[in-house]
Design a binder for this molecule. Structure first.
Ligand SMILES: NC(=O)c1ccc[n+]([C@@H]2O[C@H](COP(=O)([O-])OP(=O)(O)OC[C@H]3O[C@@H](n4cnc5c(N)ncnc54)[C@H](O)[C@@H]3O)[C@@H](O)[C@H]2O)c1
Length: 429
């Protein structure tokens, strides 16, 4: 099939590449000319495991191409996916100007029947607005359908999630585009849920908010564990073996972040308010998440006392493992809070240092994780990169002026760390 994806970011690039990998012909459009030039020259603007090889292969085999022209993408394909940003506004609601802008561009370029598929995460009822906008701005008298097809990929595992989705959600306003949407996804052999467009849009916000709720739940439990001498990992393991609960998203930490959970949670709270329901449960999820960060910073200052001029090493800047994405990263938030208290930071991340530089200045970026602790009063672990478990602990103990580690991701065993001579403070243990 001939498919166009508008917005070649974390979602658009991986989706487009995986569509090409199963045999579709895909044009990825982006209005960032630099990004398009980089992709055309064989570069990849994001780090996502397995992506680079797949992009190169599909470009070489002629199924994947890049352009900065929306008109070209609209003209050459029958199905147009929208994967542009839907960032939060100051009041928590979603900035839908990117979606509206693209809808207008598509409308202006349409000369034959098109299926317009919204893949971006949007508040319920956005599809209706997109359809109205296209109708208003379409000069040619052509028919079209608007479909919602929310994306559930996890950064760091995006290729695997795209190639083997748990489910595909297709939200429609008429039956007409459904066979084509099923054909797009047929090669992925995943269950396809066809539903009305409002339900499809709600599925995404409800799912992400529920996952955030699960994290805040275990983080709240971690407070009780610390107060009672229990171990949150033991509690999570015991809870998680119940098939009704599941072990995933039960890792206590310094809190969740990233470009999705915080914004989708705020958006869902906001849209609920607008629809007349005070979703207080989700407001508490947000409160617990902020409190978890405050508790972690307090743990550091309770131990080191005055943070001014203290040297602190920080491992991890990405919002989670396996990605270079630093948008709304708890690790960056933590660094900025420590800096505000006057701490001097040495930081390292396996993939995110380049992107972090734009958000975090006045720190020393250290290329080797084993050199971060040099001359520091304490070491902090802020991202759950598996490679941090291979840290040379003997060297870290010698390099630190005091052998103190604050682990915001529970990567090490407390008893073992104590045996190695560390003052080791983690979450809920
Ligand atoms: N990142 C994730 O893990 C994830 C997962 C599921 C859903 N989503 C949702 O998918 C959407 C996109 O997220 P993302 O992380 O891929 O964002 P991103 O910022 O990585 O990518 C968006 C891309 O769209 C481009 N763009 C903006 N306006 C454009 C326009 N008018 N024409 C063409 N290109 C344009 C930008 O240049 C950018 O490259 C958001 O709604 C997000 O909530 C993201």
């Amino acid at each position: 099939m001939k498919l166009t994806i508008i917005g070649t970011g974390y979602v658009g690039l991986v989706t487009g590449t995986c569509f090409a990998e199963v045999g579709h012909h895909v044009i990825c459009v982006d209005n960032n000319a630099e990004k398009v030039a980089m992709l055309k020259a064989g570069g990849i603007p994001i780090y996502e495991p397995g992506l680079e090889e797949l992009v190169q292969k599909n470009v070489a085999e002629g199924r994947l191409s890049f352009t900065a022209s929306t008109a070209e993408g609209v003209e050459k394909s029958d199905i147009i996916f929208i994967a542009v940003p839907t960032p939060p506004q100051a009041d928590g609601s979603v900035d839908l100007s990117f979606i509206e802008g693209v809808a207008r561009e598509i409308a202006g370029a349409m000369t034959s029947y098109k299926i317009i598929v919204d893949k971006s995460t949007v508040p319920v009822k956005t599809g209706e607005k997109v359809a109205e906008t296209i109708k208003r701005y379409c000069k040619a008298k052509v028919e079209f359908d608007v479909v919602s097809n929310p994306e559930f990929l996890r950064e760091g595992f995006a290729v695997q999630d795209l190639m083997k989705p748990d489910r595909v959600v297709v939200g429609e306003r008429s039956q007409r585009p459904v066979p084509a949407m099923k054909q797009v996804y047929e090669p992925f052999k995943a269950p396809i849920i066809v539903t009305d467009i409002n339900s499809a849009e709600l599925i995404k916000h409800a799912a992400n908010s529920f996952l955030a709720l699960k994290i805040s739940y275990i983080n709240a439990v971690s407070i009780i564990c610390e107060a009672s001498g229990a171990n949150v990992q033991e509690v999570a393991n015991g809870m998680g073996m119940d098939a009704r609960i599941g072990r995933q998203f039960l890792d206590a930490s310094l809190g969740f972040g990233g470009s999705c959970f915080p914004k989708d949670l705020s958006a869902f709270i906001k849209i609920s308010d607008q629809l007349g329901y005070n979703f207080a449960l989700l407001k508490e999820v947000q409160r617990i998440n902020s409190f978890q960060m405050e508790r972690f910073v307090k743990k550091i200052s309770d131990t080191l006392w005055v943070l001014k001029d203290k040297k602190i090493g920080v491992l991890g800047l990405a919002f989670k493992q396996n990605t270079d994405d630093v948008r709304t990263s708890p690790a960056i938030d933590l660094c900025q809070r420590l800096q505000k208290e006057g701490a001097i930071l040495r930081v390292h991340d396996p993939k995110a240092m380049e992107k972090a530089r734009a958000l975090l200045q006045g720190v020393t970026y250290v290329a080797d994780m084993n050199e971060v602790a040099q001359g520091c009063d304490a070491l902090v672990i802020a991202t759950e990169w598996p490679v941090f478990k291979k840290l040379d602990l003997d060297r870290a103990r010698k390099d630190l002026t005091h052998p103190i580690i604050f682990d915001g991701r529970n990567l090490f065993d407390p008893a073992e760390m104590e045996r190695l001579g560390f003052i080791y403070k983690s979450i809920g243990r």
